[in-house]
Design a protein around this ligand. Structure first.
Ligand SMILES: O=C(O)CCC(=O)C(=O)O
Ligand SMILES: [Fe+2]
Length: 301
C-alpha cells in the first residue's frame, strides 16, 4: 500500500516535470531531447565539429520573452559592463616570459553581463538552466559520465549583451561547458569563431598550437586563411555548445552602422560542470563579472 502510493507520487512528479519542460520549450526542437535518435544526431554533429548547433531549440514565444527580459536587464543597473585585457588562458601573466609570448599576450574584450544573482527568481532562464531534461541532454551529447550545475552564484546562467564594437576576444573557457542560447543577432559582426581542440587535458598550455591560431587570427584581419571556423546560421532560439575549455574561440566585434540603428547581440550562457561544487576562478570573476571570490564563497549554491 505504502509502496504503491509512493510510486504514484513519484509518477505524478515525473509527469509534472515533463509537462513543465514541454511548456517551457513549446514549439521548439527541445521537445525531442529525450528522443534517442535526436540525441544520436546531435552527438554525431558534436563529434564531427567539436560543437553542436540546434536551430529553434526553444519556441519563438519563449525566445521573445527571454530576449525582452535580457534587453531590459542589460540596460539596467543590474548589468556589469566590462572592458578588459585578458590572456587567452584567463590567468594572470607569467612575468618570467616575454610580453608577446602566448602565455602573456593580452586580448581585448568589451561586453555587458547580467549574472545569475540578477536574473529574477521567476525567470524562465532559471527554469531552463536547472531542468534535468536539458542537463541530461547536454551530458549525452558531449559524452561525459556526469554533468552538474555550477555552484557559482554568478556564472550559473547569465545574459550577455554586445553593443556597438563590443566583442569577446580569443580565450579558453575556465568552466567546462558554456551552453549558448542565442536571443538576438546584431546587424553585423558578432560572429562566433571557433578553433576545435586547440589544447588537450595533457598539455593545457599547448603553446605551439595557441601561437599558430593567434598568428592566423592576426593575418586573417588582412584577409589570410585561418584554421578557425565561423559557426554560421546562429539565429534567435539557436542552442550551441562546444568544448570551450579546450578550444580557442571568440566573438568578433559587433558592427552596427549608425545609419541602421543599434541592435545588440544578446544571448544567454548556461554553465555546466563535470564535477559537483565547481566555482568560477577569481580572475574570471573580477574581469567579466565585477565580482569577488569572497562574494562567491558567501553565496555558493
Ligand atoms: O557569447 C558567445 O557567443 C560566447 C561567449 C563565450 O565564449 C563565453 O562567455 O565564454
Ligand atoms: Fe567562452
Amino acid at each position: 500500500m505504502l509502496r504503491g502510493s509512493q510510486t504514484l507520487v513519484r509518477r505524478g512528479l515525473q509527469h509534472s516535470s515533463a509537462g513543465r519542460w514541454s511548456a517551457l520549450v513549446a514549439g521548439g526542437a527541445a521537445a525531442r531531447v529525450s528522443d534517442a535518435s535526436f540525441v544520436e544526431e546531435c552527438r554525431a554533429q558534436y563529434l564531427a565539429n567539436g560543437w553542436c548547433h540546434i536551430p529553434n531549440f526553444i519556441g519563438k514565444e519563449r525566445c521573445a520573452e527571454l530576449r525582452n527580459e535580457a534587453d531590459a536587464l542589460l540596460e539596467s543597473d543590474a548589468a556589469f559592463a566590462s572592458t578588459d585585457d585578458h590572456t587567452v588562458y584567463q590567468q594572470e601573466r607569467d612575468e618570467r616570459l616575454p610580453l608577446d609570448h602566448p602565455r602573456n599576450r593580452l586580448m581585448k574584450s568589451t561586453k555587458r553581463i547580467v549574472d545569475y544573482e540578477h536574473v529574477p527568481q521567476e525567470s524562465s532562464l532559471r527554469e531552463l538552466y536547472s531542468a534535468p531534461e536539458l542537463r541530461s541532454f547536454v551530458q549525452a551529447v558531449v559524452g561525459v559520465p556526469e554533468l552538474h550545475l555550477s555552484a557559482c552564484p554568478y556564472n550559473a546562467a547569465m545574459y550577455n549583451g554586445y553593443y556597438d564594437s563590443d566583442g569577446l576576444d580569443w580565450h579558453f573557457d575556465s568552466s567546462e561547458f558554456g551552453v549558448n542560447l542565442v536571443l538576438q543577432n546584431p546587424t553585423d559582426g558578432g560572429k562566433f569563431e571557433y578553433h576545435s581542440l586547440t589544447r588537450s587535458e595533457e598539455d593545457l598550455w599547448s603553446y605551439d598550437a595557441v601561437t599558430k591560431v593567434l598568428a592566423e587570427a592576426d593575418a586573417s584581419a588582412e584577409g589570410a586563411a585561418t584554421s578557425a571556423e565561423t559557426v554560421e546560421g546562429l539565429a534567435p532560439g539557436s542552442l550551441v555548445f562546444f568544448a570551450g575549455r579546450l578550444s580557442l574561440h571568440r566573438v568578433s566585434p559587433v558592427l552596427n552602422p549608425d545609419v541602421r540603428g543599434s541592435t545588440p547581440r544578446i544571448n544567454a550562457i548556461l554553465t555546466y560542470e563535470k564535477s559537483e561544487g565547481q566555482l568560477a576562478s577569481p580572475y574570471t570573476l573580477s574581469k567579466f563579472f565585477g565580482r569577488s571570490s569572497e562574494g562567491q564563497q558567501a553565496h555558493a549554491q
